[in-house]
Write a protein that binds this ligand. Sequence first.
Ligand SMILES: *Cc1c(COP(=O)(O)O)cnc(C)c1O
Length: 304
Amino acid sequence: MSALIKQDVYLKMECYQPVGSFKMRGMGALCQEFVDAGRTRLFSSSGGNAGYAIAYAGNKLGAEVTVVVPETTSDEVRQAIQAEGATVQIFGRNWNDAHEEAVRLAERENGGYIHPFDHPTVWQGNASMIEEAAAQIPAPDVILVSVGGGGLLCGVMEGLQRHPPWRDVDVVAVETEGADSLKRALAAGRLIRLEQITSIAVTLGVKQVAARALEWAQTPQVTTVTVSDLQAVTACQRFIDHHRVVVEPACGAPLSLVYENHPVLQSAGSILVIVCGGFGATPALLSRWKRELQAVSKKEGDNL
Ligand SMILES: *Cc1c(COP(=O)(O)O)cnc(C)c1O
């Protein structure tokens, strides 16, 4: 990738975490905090990488984990969560329903509710990736990071503040079109709620970002960029060819800026990409999404 755009590109391979994503860090930290405080029953409402990470972390910590997921969650995901010893409960039609149920259960059982992105301990856990990177490479000019609810962005920003030589590093926050809750909040100058998520990058499909993420995005240190689903998926496929590593479109989004030599990288000499990973993609799924996206864009072209 460095040769491709004639800049130094560094990859923080969060996809190599035991659960396939950086979620291990923040979710693990919050699970640990609850267990240390004597709560041995943990509840989550994520049918994605967060739920999987909580199941894994809870298992390692000897806690009992219940993951409430909406009806739409696939059997594959349910099985992966169950394989980590967690109980899967199906409730409601969408994440919001499942979330409310998980919060209710946590209260009733005096357990801990693990929020997937909006919690200071989650940000602190995620910040550890910058600590590690700072021990490995000199401060880059730019860090590329994707944004769903903004827990990853908050973690990266917190990590930067803790390491003075890295404090002023520019950060580019990348979303996909149709999951761009941060970019729209920035434009509105306040938190907004997307009516619906239309991106295939479901991992980034959070309707309202954390307030802290918006605050960071409002500082001059952070720039936001959106890319199309097709750009994100294409980047995932190129990443397989280059590195033999499969990641979700949520992670293809920041990678696509490098592959397309995006203008935002123009004056950067060195770039660090947070390869956030994700266990929800396979080469076959990526090919299918690509075909579907190309069919849609052809149809739209025909209608012009
Ligand atoms: C959760 C997740 C994101 C987004 O993180 P937020 O903290 O919600 O912004 C991006 N990529 C992957 C693979 C994820 O699991």
